[in-house]
Ligand binder design. Structure first.
Ligand code: GDP
Length: 504
């Protein structure tokens, strides 16, 4: 198409990564970072386990933990001390953190992880969608205690409110999370405690469900843990519950949680594709506009011109900062090594420490950038930042053909004309399924054409029209802007991929 803009940028070619830098990035010896979404039913122990990870990896001090233990005991909630590390407001006030990217980071000896939160309550599923979108891997926390696992894993429908474990698994699959650790948590409180049979039972139920939903067995690890007492989070985490650790050792020979985190596969990053940065947060002070977001493709550098879509306004990037585990002691995001300098034990180079790469914020990075020449009112979460040249901009569309997978549990079948909510990263808009083109049940070889309805469990090709134009791309062009979730009446009904734009 021959769009015209007033921009001078259009006469310059889009910025490119120097060849030697691209080669460096593509070498496998670079330490990389992964984004990890923490999932699970409410009360499964996500915050506690996250707090435990922060503590075990020395991102928070024991001094602060002691303070939280004292404070939480005062209000009769001592079991929540660890979870407080992940409570943004509390902890930020406490520690006087100035810059963090709205996310937490942990650093193992193999990876830097960005932790993405996914609220466990079903009212927060849309937040979970924005949290999990773009995650490279997931940590699914399930409570092993009697009744709790069962409630969290219950199927919904027929007036029964389902647990969030299944929905989180299905959504993660739809959002592109392909590798998982399942932490079978609270084994210290199961009856009897640390029992192999209970662990194996939960493992077999969850594994069967993951496989049913298209996950690959070799990308899933199960780890028995207690976030509360620290057993099997790190191998030296036995101090607080020596007895539990001994009971577990009688039958369990697998990895600790940290070892399992280290066994994730590095994610493939599309550094050489055009820049796409999805905005998650905007703030402004006077004329200065600060934007936070996630780069899902390409790279960004301070000094570069950018465009913000869908509005199309152009701006300059005056500063870019990458989110990472910092080295200031006592900051929650600080990384203080156990043994002097842990990164020296690591033969791999840290991407963040390479001076040549320092100026580039890259695919996979969470960034904070300052933009000049733009009005803050024109920027909002869900905007996409790209380079300004027309040839490298994503499209702004409202009608497309998509491949969808319909949820197994579907209260009301989908028909032609069904109204739904379309969710993509942090955006949701009303949409209509205006054509049902093909449908097939799992395992069927050939699809049926022009189905009258889509029932639970089918895979279908459909035409969707949104109520407004959004920044969209075909999945083959940009994964993050090409996959979506459809919901209706508070339930997730399908996940999908955009196959083809259909114009007006
Ligand atoms: P979230 O809603 O998934 O974030 O769960 P929380 O981390 O807030 O934990 C919910 C409750 O379960 C709190 O009372 C925790 O102390 C408790 N809890 C979390 N992990 C464990 C564990 O490993 N063992 C036991 N016994 N209790 C736990």
């Amino acid at each position: 198409s021959t769009e015209t803009t007033k921009s001078n940028n259009n006469n310059t070619p889009p910025p490119q990564l120097p060849a030697h830098i691209l080669t460096k990035l593509q070498s496998t010896s670079l330490r990389t970072h992964l984004s990890l979404v923490i999932l699970g039913h409410v009360d499964a122990g996500k915050s506690t386990l996250t707090g435990r990870l922060l503590l075990s990896l020395n991102h928070v001090s024991n001094r602060l933990l002691q303070k939280y233990q004292k404070d939480s005991a005062t209000i009769g909630k001592s079991s929540f001390a660890l979870a407080w590390f992940t409570d943004e407001d509390e902890s930020e006030r406490e520690r006087g953190v100035t810059v963090d990217i709205g996310t937490k980071f942990i650093k193992t000896d193999k990876f830097d992880f960005t932790l993405l939160d996914a609220p466990g309550h079903r009212d927060f599923v849309p937040n979970m969608i924005s949290g999990a979108a773009g995650a490279d891997c997931g940590l699914l926390v399930v409570a092993a205690t009697t009744g709790e696992f069962e409630a969290g894993f219950a199927t919904g429908g027929n007036g029964v409110v389902g647990g969030q474990t299944r929905e989180h698994i299905i959504l993660s699959r739809g959002l592109g999370v392909s590798q998982f650790i399942v932490a079978v948590n609270k084994l210290d409180a199961a009856e009897p405690a640390w029992e192999e049979g209970r662990y194996e039972y939960i493992k077999s139920r969850v594994l069967a469900f993951l496989l049913e939903n298209g996950f690959k067995e070799k990308r899933i690890r199960f780890v028995p843990v207690s976030g509360l007492t620290g057993v099997n989070v790190v191998s030296n985490g036995k101090k607080e519950d020596e007895e539990g650790w001994k009971m577990l050792q009688q039958w369990y020979k697998g990895p600790t949680l940290i070892e399992a985190l280290n066994s994730f596969m590095p994610a493939k990053r599309e550094f050489e594709k055009p820049l796409r940065c999805i905005v998650t947060d905007v703030s402004s002070e006077g004329k200065a506009v600060t934007v936070r977001g996630r780069i899902v493709q390409g790279f960004m550098r301070s000094g570069d011109g950018v465009a913000l879509l869908p509005v199309g306004d152009e701006a300059n990037v005056s500063r870019v900062e990458k989110g990472k585990a910092t080295k200031e002691s006592d900051s929650p995001y600080a990384y203080v090594s156990n043994n002097g300098n842990q990164s020296n034990n690591n033969p791999e180079t840290d991407l963040n420490d390479d001076p040549e790469l320092q100026n580039f914020a890259l695919a996979g990075d969470t960034v904070e950038c300052a933009l000049t020449g733009i009005d803050a009112a024109r920027v909002s979460p869900g905007c996409v930042i790209c380079h300004p040249q027309v040839s490298v901009r994503p499209r702004i569309e409202r009608k497309f053909e998509a491949r969808v997978m319909v949820m197994e549990q579907l209260a009301v079948p989908i028909i032609r004309g069904s109204q739904v909510l379309f969710h993509m990263h942090s955006i949701d808009v009303p949409a209509v399924l205006n054509k049902l083109m093909t449908a097939k049940k799992r395992g069927e070889a050939t699809p049926r054409n022009n189905p009258r309805v889509l029932s639970g469990g089918v895979e279908a090709t459909v035409e969707i029209t949104l109520s407004e134009r959004l920044v969209l791309e075909e999945y083959s062009e940009c994964k993050s802007l090409g996959r979506f979730v459809l919901r209706r009446g508070g339930d997730t009904i399908a996940i999908g991929l955009i196959e083809k734009m259909l114009g007006k």
